[in-house]
Structure formats: C-alpha cells, structure tokens
Design a protein around this ligand. Structure first.
Ligand code: C2E
Ligand code: CA
Ligand code: CA
Ligand code: CA
Length: 279
C-alpha cells in the first residue's frame, strides 16, 4: 500500500546515515560516469635509474565528477570493484591507454611501453585474456608493449588460479608486473613459479629508505631476488634525490615517483619530459 511504502521509505531515510546515502549516490553516479565521459587517465613515466630514459608510462585513472571535482582512484575503485562496474571501466582504461600508446608510438616514442593496473575482479574475469588480445589487435600494438600490473595480494589470493591466468597472458607475450611488492605475504616459492616480468617495490619501503636500515635491507633483498629470478625491479614513490641515489646504488633498475615525474594528462606529458630534460 501507499502508506506502507511511505513508512518503508521513512525507515530507510532515517536509518541511513549520510555516509551510506553518499555511497549509494556515488554508485549511481559511477554507473553513469562512463557514458558521460567523466573518466580520464593520467600517465606517470617510469625511468631507467637514476634519471632516464623513459621505459614506459603507467595509466592512472581519475574521475572528473561534475559536482565533487577530480576524484582519486582510491576513493571509487573499491566501490567499482564491489559493484562489478570495474569490469566495463577497466575495459575502457585498457582501450584508452592502448590508443594513447599507439599515438605516442606514431609520434616517434616507439620504445615506450604502457602499464595498466588490474583489480582482483578484472584479473579473474573470464574474458580478460580475450579482451586484452582484442584490444592489442585493435590498436595494432605488440603484446610486449603492454604491462599489466596486479598487486601482490591479488596474485596470491588464489595461487593456482593466478598461475593459470598469468600463464595465458604470458603465452600471449604481455608483460606482468607484481605491484605493491613486499606488502603481501608472498611465499618465495610461489613467486618463483609465477610467470612475472617485473616487481614494483611498494612506496612504503621507498619512503624511509635513507633513514630506516630495515627498509633498506628489504629493498636490497628484493633487488637481489629480482636478479636471481630475472625480474625487472621498479621502485615507486621516489620523492627525494637521496632515495634516487640509494635505489640506484642498490641496483634497482627503474624508478618512478614525483621526483622524476608526476602523473599528468596525455597532452602534458611530452612537455613535462622536455622541461625536465632542459633543467
Ligand atoms: P598504484 O598502482 O600503486 O599507483 C601508484 C600511486 O602512487 C598513484 O596514486 C600515484 O599517483 C602515486 N604516486 C606516484 N609517485 C608518487 C610519489 O612520488 N609520492 C607519492 N606520495 N605518491 C606517488 P593514484 O593515481 O592515486 O592511484 C592509487 C591506486 O589506485 C593505484 O595504486 C592503483 O592501485 C589504483 N588505480 C589507479 N588507476 C587504476 C586503474 O585504471 N584500474 C585499477 N584497477 N586500479 C587503478
Ligand atoms: Ca600500479
Ligand atoms: Ca604500487
Ligand atoms: Ca602502493
């Protein structure tokens, strides 16, 4: 009945705290964000240590919300993951990033690769391998130019399943990077079995590197591990010259961070790199 409807409505209205209400609004907005063209990518370069050349760029998603302004990924990707919206959003990210890389290749940056982050739901989605293959073909890109970044905790959630998926991607020729490395509880035994190409040392270890001898020891161990297992090592979150020097002296192959280059929109990247080279 109408009365009951109103009561139910009142019940929800009163019991819902503004936080839940906000979340629901956000889910609704997010479901419209793709068709409204509100999603946008920034790109952050990765450099050969200590300071160049550029080996590739990482695509980082932002949401240009009409009311709230630019929303960072940590504020909506968990929600996108929970609602399944991350799958169409992830497809868009992959397609857009590959299209952009193709443009940069055509403009003379053929050596660059593109790195795209995958959340757990995308990684285990049955269509992933097919989607990646299709996207690379659509943009006429060699699979070796694409790196898929998955976090250590995603990779270790279900090791046998991860191995199966990573093997398929590896067979295709796509590069695999284990992101936020050191924050999970990887068994080194499993790591040896994973067909990965790159480890990204988590920002948390890089941050205190110059002051904290334990962090320095961990980074040093990861670099040694990378050498043994023939994996590229990238340090993320490099903000100071001291960190840059320390990481280089430890033998870390690639660096990424605000010191060397912040994430910027595609149109600004070439200019930002030119300014950096000139200074
Ligand atoms: P991540 O993959 O670990 O990305 C690195 C984050 O550190 C980025 O934050 C980047 O802007 C930031 N960063 C880079 N250099 C520095 C530095 O020197 N200092 C500091 N303090 N921060 C630095 P962002 O862009 O906010 O992304 C946060 C996370 O959101 C990413 O962490 C990634 O897990 C996720 N993410 C971003 N884009 C996507 C996407 O397209 N798909 C999925 N599934 N996840 C994404
Ligand atoms: Ca990443
Ligand atoms: Ca990371
Ligand atoms: Ca991180």
């Amino acid at each position: 009945s109408k009365a009951l409807g109103r009561n139910v409505y009142c019940f929800f209205e009163m019991s819902m705290n503004s936080n839940v209400h906000e979340q629901l609004q956000l889910v609704h907005d997010l479901s419209m964000a793709l068709e409204r063209n509100e999603l946008i990518l920034q790109y952050q370069p990765k450099f050969v240590a200590p300071s160049g050349p550029v080996v590739g760029v990482e695509a980082l998603l932002r949401w240009q919300h009409p009311v709230r302004g630019l929303i960072p990924p940590d504020a909506f990707i968990p929600l996108a993951e929970k609602t399944g919206l991350i799958v169409p959003i992830g497809d868009w990210v992959l397609d857009t990033a590959c299209g952009q890389l193709k443009q940069w290749h055509d403009a003379g940056r053929e050596t660059w690769g593109m790195a795209v982050n995958l959340s757990a739901l995308q990684f285990t989605h049955e269509r992933l391998v097919h989607t990646v293959q299709e996207t690379l073909a659509r943009h006429d890109l060699a699979p070796q130019k694409l790196t898929l970044e998955i976090t250590e905790s995603t990779a270790m959630r279900n090791v046998e399943e991860s191995l199966r998926i990573l093997q398929q991607l590896n067979n295709m020729g796509v590069r695999i990077s284990i992101d936020d490395f050191g924050t999970g509880y990887s068994s080194l035994l499993y790591l040896k079995r994973l067909p990965a190409n790159e480890l990204k040392i988590d920002r948390g270890f890089v941050c205190e590197l110059a002051q904290d001898s334990e962090d320095a020891a961990i980074v040093s161990a990861i670099v040694a591990l990378g050498k043994t297992l023939d994996l590229s090592i990238v340090a993320e979150g490099v903000e100071t010259a001291a960190q840059q020097e320390f990481l280089t002296s430890l033998g870390c192959g690639s660096l990424q961070g605000f010191l060397l280059g912040r994430p910027v929109f595609a149109e600004q990247l070439i200019e930002a790199l030119a300014e950096r080279d000139a200074s």
